[in-house]
Design a protein around this ligand. Sequence first.
Ligand code: BTN
Length: 247
Amino acid sequence: MADHPPIEAYDEIDSTNAEARRRAEAGEGGPVWITARRQTAGRGRRGRAWSTEAGNLAATLLTTTDAPAAEAAQLSFVAALAACDLADTCLGAGAAQLKWPNDVLVFGKKAVGILVESGARADGRLWLAVGIGINLAHAPTDIERPATSFAEHMAGPPPKPADAVEVLAGKFESWRELWATQGFSPISAGWTQRAHGLGERCEARLPNRTLTGVAEGMDPDGALRLRLDDGALERITAGDVFFGGAT
Ligand code: BTN
């Protein structure tokens, strides 16, 4: 397993992403993993809340990059692949799939969410907070989309968050090294191999409109290719995608 940055653990915090932001704004560059047993104000994509009960994993990698923002955002796919690897380790190969842009589904239901935040540092480089929430032990019941936990699919107890983050950080480092040395292409290939719903109809809810069509695959920059009913191709760069069954 690849060496990974140090891991710092809090018992309780508002949000590991918020802590990464505070540290970045105070000049800290990482890399460091920040984890917490409980988050009191965990945040999700598009302004949603993310609940973290004890037994689940909340972890954020604070790091600094020379890459431009659009390229740095590709680390969200690196995070998704690392979380998928962790799921494979716990549940067996094939249990987990990736839903664009970077949800991890376990047997078709969301078990992992990823939120990447970033900002400019005083030296002009970019800080990144790669936040990963994993339902190891519990799944929330109060969200509009079906969710699951690793525990629901394991005969024995799920991994402890402290053990899971070690595996996750090592897997992240392996994929990150590939990305740093070979670019996005191996990441895109890894994502495509594990993608949920390619070739299937879906609804893409974008910030200002909703489109339906067939998810064809990922473009070289991470955009989702959506074939509309009139045959036109749309590149989806931001939004949520729903396949049948509301996933
Ligand atoms: C999503 O909406 O799917 C993204 C959820 C991201 C949750 C993680 S938990 C660790 C980190 N800290 C946060 O406050 N959010 C992210």
